[in-house]
Ligand binder design. Structure first.
Ligand SMILES: Nc1ncnc2c1ncn2[C@@H]1O[C@H](COP(=O)(O)OP(=O)(O)OP(=O)(O)O)[C@@H](O)[C@H]1O
Length: 310
């Protein structure tokens, strides 16, 4: 449904999105993850035709966004990070207004039906200014689905909402996912695990992973992860472990907990324990750790330490 080839965006000298390739099948909910400034919003803006790309191609359905922008854009509904809402309009007035701008024919009944999809039909005559943030976000969603597009692009739809509102919007996204292909950017990792079929992870403008959350777990573990609780954990011990052959990384992830990522093809755990004890470590616990999505995300987007300079 969405195909992206070598998509690139430069703002002057700064490359915000760097030769990104992915494709999204119809009927899936895809999570788009990345740290701040990774390029999520820029990618989404290019997909929606909101800003032009510097290079690369975007196909939405059967249409190339460059050569058939109107046809391609009709297939997309977009919920931007900050939806411009008119607080002195009622929900229904706003929908009528958006329908007019988009040149979608919507009578009152059709607008009410769309409102039902986001459970806002009871607030049709409320002023947008009087609605809670969660309800306003639903108004944002309603303007995105107004022309019944097969693709929805949602930029951080739960940001700034309280936990109850987050849960409501999440359920709504899941129900919209039954009829739409959805690309959803978020910072909330449990959201991805609960809602998304697949995950794209972007870091510094480059796509660093694309898979199901489960496959990402397997793919990285490929590498093995162990956690060691050490009463007297210090930088010297961490450096000792880091330098052992077969150790990919060693980090203090919680007070007194050392997390070590190992190559899976060699068994060096006894060697690690020996080295730690010989270097005075007081080991309290040693356990195998299964990476959750948060750890995978951190692993893939971790800042590489600059090479030491003398
Ligand atoms: N209009 C612009 N002009 C110049 N640089 C920009 C512009 N918009 C974004 N950038 C830069 O491009 C990079 C990617 O930004 P983008 O907003 O796409 O990231 P993001 O992943 O959506 O981040 P966040 O999660 O913080 O919204 C950042 O370094 C940002 O500073």
């Amino acid at each position: 449904m969405i195909k992206v080839f070598d998509l690139t965006k430069a703002y002057g000298d700064r490359i915000a999105v760097d030769r990104v390739n992915f494709s999204i099948e119809a009927g899936k909910i895809i999570g788009f993850l990345g740290p701040n400034g990774a390029g999520k919003t820029t990618t989404m803006r290019m997909l929606t035709g909101f800003i032009p790309s510097t290079d690369g191609k975007i196909h939405i359905g059967d249409y190339d966004l460059d050569t058939h922008p109107l046809e391609a854009k009709k297939l997309i509904g977009y919920l931007p990070e900050n939806v411009p809402l008119y607080t002195d309009m009622t929900v229904l007035e706003y929908l009528g207004f958006m329908a007019e701008i988009r040149q979608v024919k919507k009578n009152r009944n059709a607008c009410m039906e769309t409102l039902e999809k986001v459970q806002l039909e009871n607030r049709a005559n409320s002023l947008i200014g009087s609605l809670s943030k969660g309800m306003r976000q639903r108004v944002g969603l309603v303007q995105a689905i107004l022309h019944n597009p097969p693709v929805l692009i949602l930029d951080e739809p739960t940001v700034g909402l309280d936990p109850a509102q987050i849960s409501e919007i999440r359920k709504l996204i899941q129900s919209l996912g039954e009829q739409h292909t959805i690309l959803l950017s978020t910072h909330i990792l449990p959201e991805v695990q609960q809602v998304c079929d697949r995950v794209l992870i972007i870091n510094k403008g480059k796509l660093v992973a694309e898979d199901t959350p489960e496959q990402l777990q397997k793919q990285l573990h490929g590498n093995l992860c162990v956690k060691v609780q050490i009463a007297n954990l210090n930088q010297e011990l961490i450096s000792t472990v880091e330098q052992l052959p077969g150790v990919l990384s060693a980090r203090e992830t919680a007070p007194n907990w050392l997390e070590i990522t190992l190559q899976a093809d060699t068994e060096i755990r006894p060697h690690i324990i020996r080295e730690l004890v010989q270097n005075g470590a007081e080991i309290l616990e040693f356990k195998h750790s299964v990476m959750d999505l948060e750890q995978i995300f951190l692993e893939l987007t971790r800042e590489e330490l600059p090479a030491e300079t003398n």
